[in-house]
Write a new protein. Structure first.
Length: 522
């Protein structure tokens, strides 16, 4: 006779994301794993020690998995000024000024989530404006894309870059305060050297707590290398077992030996093959509509990328690379194809991060090569202009915008697609992300609610080679769940983002709850 469950969750709607058993009434848990997913009959097998969790009509799903985010930058951004939403430049500068009044001279002031689209004057602050506002404090403000920052002179002196460094923006030979690709990589590396271990530790725990509130139980952590401190991946590994969420670590480096020394089976993440559309640095075949001479930029030569992909693949690693524009996608897709032709490997699950503007033929080639993709639906409202994609239409035009985030076509071709936030670029918000995926501004690119939830559950588990442990509610898998206040399958679009995350459960233990627990023993 099997031992009684240690916990039973019942009296609600359980959406399992398991095709063989899509809906259940109750779940049994023992030693952190699911032992049963089926009818309420499991209640007959409880004993005096069994805990009961009454869903009271709420909805239970597999815990969300964010397949692309940056833990340390997310935590650091939470302690900076938040410039998301609508602003005027005077208000931005006033906010910075008020912050300096509370901080000792010489202490840094950082800000995040700036976007020209949301600023009344449609531009970022200038060096002179930041100098006048905060002459005694180093200032660094990050664009929402993470591919641009603006600084004042005191911060620029700390960074210590020469004026001729690529990406240092100048006008008539004079520094404007703006640093973009590829110079932003140097900024991130330098900041990574200057941030204390104490601040990094606080950052990862703060970010993990924020993830739980969104129902995320596993985070794919793309850390260090080009976009952070060199040892960020190693640092998170030290605390991996202490964090309140499960993690998968990607080291954002081209150094294969370094990854092997850390005993990681994956390499890369945001290895910036190109930049971002909103900054005109994503690499495109055809130029930007508002800058007819600008095709964006590739940060690596074809040979550099081909050599890296070949060597990492032959080392048995899963590879993840950032590619936004069609020209960047072409560079790494061609390298993947050549490598796989020379050294075939089944089920490699190499990843392209973002894949925002692929050509139709590239999608078919991705499918043939077995390349997986991570997408970030929150880029639609945060970066691209929202329901009409208005900002990106200006940059890309009415025809090219139809290729933006082609979720429907990716899934129809059988490509493995997982969802992420790219936090801190966009906040942890799987529910809102799923809403935008199902209500894509380009109707032909929309997917169903079921498919949207798969992006952040079973598909996200698969892209991390964890589909036998996570991503669906079935016996043998971890008891990682999210509890929602309403059933997303039955609410209207305008109500979707109002659904509340009531609780998050990891390994059968409640790690977050919005209100007092309903766990009892009977």
């Amino acid at each position: 006779m099997k031992p009684a469950p240690q916990m039973i969750i019942y009296n609600g709607l359980i959406r399992t994301m398991n095709d063989m058993n899509p809906v259940a009434e109750a779940v049994g848990i023992r030693e952190g794993k699911i032992t049963f997913a089926g009818s309420n009959s499991i209640l007959n097998f409880r004993d005096k020690n069994t805990q009961l969790y009454d869903l009271d009509g709420k909805v239970l799903l597999p815990g969300f998995i964010d397949s692309h985010q940056h833990l340390i930058p997310t935590g650091l951004s939470q302690s900076g000024l938040n410039f998301s939403g609508q602003w005027a430049l005077d208000d931005i500068l006033f906010t910075i000024k008020k912050k300096t009044e509370k901080r000792p001279e010489g202490s840094w002031i950082s800000g995040y989530f700036l976007h020209e689209m949301n600023i009344k004057e449609k531009r970022l602050p200038l060096l002179e404006e930041l100098n006048e506002t905060a002459p005694d404090h180093p200032i660094i403000l990050f664009h929402v894309s993470g591919h641009v920052c603006v600084v004042n002179t005191r911060m620029f002196n700390i960074l210590g870059f020469p004026l001729d460094l690529p990406g240092i923006c100048r006008k008539k030979g004079k520094f404007t305060g703006k640093i973009e690709n590829p110079g932003i990589i140097n900024v991130e590396k330098k900041l990574g050297e200057l941030i204390s271990d104490e601040d990094r530790r606080s950052a990862i725990f703060n970010a993990a707590s924020a993830a739980l509130k969104s129902g995320i139980t596993t985070l794919h952590c793309l850390e260090g290398g080009e976009l952070g401190g060199k040892d960020d991946a190693r640092f998170i590994l030290q605390y991996q077992n202490d964090l309140p969420v499960r993690t998968i670590i990607y080291n954002q480096t081209l150094d294969i030996k370094e990854v092997q020394a850390l005993k990681l089976s994956r390499i890369g993440g945001c290895i910036l093959v190109d930049g971002a559309i909103e900054n005109h640095t994503a690499a495109l075949f055809d130029p930007y509509c508002d800058e007819p001479e600008n095709h964006g930029m590739l940060n690596y030569s074809d040979k550099q990328m081909a050599d890296f992909i070949l060597n990492a693949h032959r080392s048995g690693l899963q590879i993840a690379l950032h590619a936004i524009g069609d020209r960047a996608i072409e560079q790494i897709l061609s390298a993947f194809e050549s490598t796989l032709k020379l050294f075939p490997r089944k089920d490699h699950r190499h990843r392209i991060e973002h894949l925002e503007l692929p050509c139709p033929d590239q999608l078919e080639r991705l499918a043939r090569a077995g390349i997986a993709v991570t997408v970030q639906p929150m880029f639609i409202p945060v970066c691209a202009g929202g329901s009409d994609l208005g900002f990106f239409k200006v940059l890309l035009g009415n025809d090219r915008i139809k290729r933006f985030h082609p979720y429907r076509q990716l899934l129809d071709l059988g490509i493995l697609v997982a969802g992420g936030s790219d936090s801190p670029v966009t906040p942890y918000s799987p529910l809102e992300s799923i809403m935008w995926a199902t209500w894509h501004p380009v109707k032909d690119n929309r997917i169903s609610i079921e498919e949207g939830f798969r992006l952040f559950t079973i598909n996200a588990a698969k892209i991390g080679f964890e589909e036998n442990k996570k991503g669906s509610i079935e016996p043998g898998k971890f008891a990682d769940f999210v509890i929602l206040s309403e059933d997303p399958w039955t609410v209207r679009k305008k109500d979707f983002s109002n659904i509340k995350v009531e609780a998050a459960i990891i390994g059968g233990k409640i790690v977050y709850q919005r209100q007092q627990s309903t766990v009892s023993q009977k």
